[in-house]
Design a protein around this ligand. Structure first.
Ligand SMILES: C[S@@+](CC[C@H](N)C(=O)[O-])C[C@H]1O[C@@H](n2cnc3c(N)ncnc32)[C@H](O)[C@@H]1O
Ligand SMILES: [Zn+2]
Length: 331
């Protein structure tokens, strides 16, 4: 694994810089050496520059004339990862393993997922309410960080999905800490179960603040009472989420899943880990059985959690909706 580097300080805009902010439409509306740089109508900028970022065309890649960084594509998607800035090794390894897995293993994983108890959803996730409100208002732009979901056509025109690996439906590869879009570009930024996986969560949220238009909203959800899972670095309490969103106005915190859900997850991990003896195939099997055994707890949680507005000490997952200061009409 690469050595963990600290985030660059003050890498953002220097307003006195005389270099124009070359978010060049000409570049961004074309394919550069097979790379689609028209990321849904928002121009690309260099995410690492200490002054106005500018990305210009080169025969085979995008190059920043300020810092000299060169960006190419990964799996047909513009890729802005820079090894000297942060490491995404565990996600890169996971992605390579998943891509190169044999068809038997892939089929087994799909089957195991299908046989598990279903998720219980008695209410819509809050970020979908925010999207709906935006849709009613007219044209909008939303950025989903650490995401790869198929949205219906109407929505997907206005949603950009960014991830550190080029999964299906991802539009652009970059770290949430360094996002190659200009200031004030988005009405909504969503991070669902991602912030705990990042290296520098405060930096990620500062980046979200920069990217949002005045009046725009950030939705961030994260586990609280939850076992360690792959690539997992941090936990934030409801108070911690408020500190994380320190630049924002009007922060609302809520519960996604409560204590019974937490209990179900812990029981599943205890039994699954304890009885699988490190064998992947037994773990799949045990996982299916246990998911049904704890299912009543998940249902009780969904029923009791439905009307809860405030968070409790043992919530499994919590979220915050924070609004960027500004005069524009709030959602
Ligand atoms: C637990 S998954 C959540 C996926 C999805 N958002 C959801 O709610 O189901 C965490 C995701 O965060 C991505 N990720 C990890 N570190 C990241 C970073 N620094 N910036 C952006 N995304 C990151 C991973 O590739 C992975 O897709
Ligand atoms: Zn640069």
């Amino acid at each position: 694994m690469n050595a963990v580097t600290s985030p660059e300080k003050g890498h953002r805009r220097d307003d006195s810089c005389s270099v124009p902010n070359v978010v060049m439409e000409a570049v961004c509306s074309e394919r550069v050496a097979g790379m689609n740089t028209n990321v849904k109508g928002i121009g690309l900028v260099c995410p690492y520059c200490e002054s106005h970022p500018a990305v210009v065309e080169d025969a085979s890649s995008l190059v920043c004339p300020r810092c000299g960084r060169r960006y190419s594509e990964w799996n047909g998607k513009p890729c802005f990862l820079a090894d000297d800035v942060g490491t995404v090794d565990s996600w890169r390894e996971g992605y390579s393993k998943a891509v190169s897995a044999g068809s038997f293993k892939k089929a087994l994983i799909t089957l195991a997922q299908k046989l598990r108890a279903p998720k219980v959803k008695l209410r819509r996730l809050p970020h979908l309410d925010l999207l709906e409100a935006l849709g009613k208002r007219g044209a909008f732009k939303a950025l989903y960080i650490g995401h790869n979901q198929q949205f219906e056509d109407k929505l997907s025109r206005d949603i950009i999905q960014l991830n550190v690996v080029p999964l299906e439906y991802v539009d652009i590869v970059s770290m949430g800490e360094y996002v190659p879009f200009p200031d004030d570009s988005f009405d909504l930024v969503v991070m669902s179960q991602v912030i705990e996986h990042t290296q520098y969560p405060f930096k990620v949220v500062e980046e979200c603040y920069r990217l949002l238009k005045p009046g725009g909203k950030l939705y961030v959800s994260t586990p609280w009472v939850y076992p360690f899972h792959g690539g997992d670095n941090y936990r934030f309490s409801n108070e911690g989420l408020r500190f994380l969103c320190y630049q924002f106005d009007d922060i609302k915190v809520g519960s996604l899943n409560g204590p019974f859900h937490a209990l179900a997850v812990f029981l599943a991990y205890f039994v699954g880990e304890g009885l699988s003896f490190g064998n992947r195939y037994i773990r799949y099997l045990v996982g299916i059985v246990v998911s049904w055994l704890v299912f009543p707890l998940v249902v009780i949680d969904a029923l009791t959690n439905r009307r809860r507005k405030k968070t409790y000490v043992l919530d499994a997952n919590i979220y915050a909706i924070a609004t960027k200061k500004g005069n524009e009409a709030p959602m």
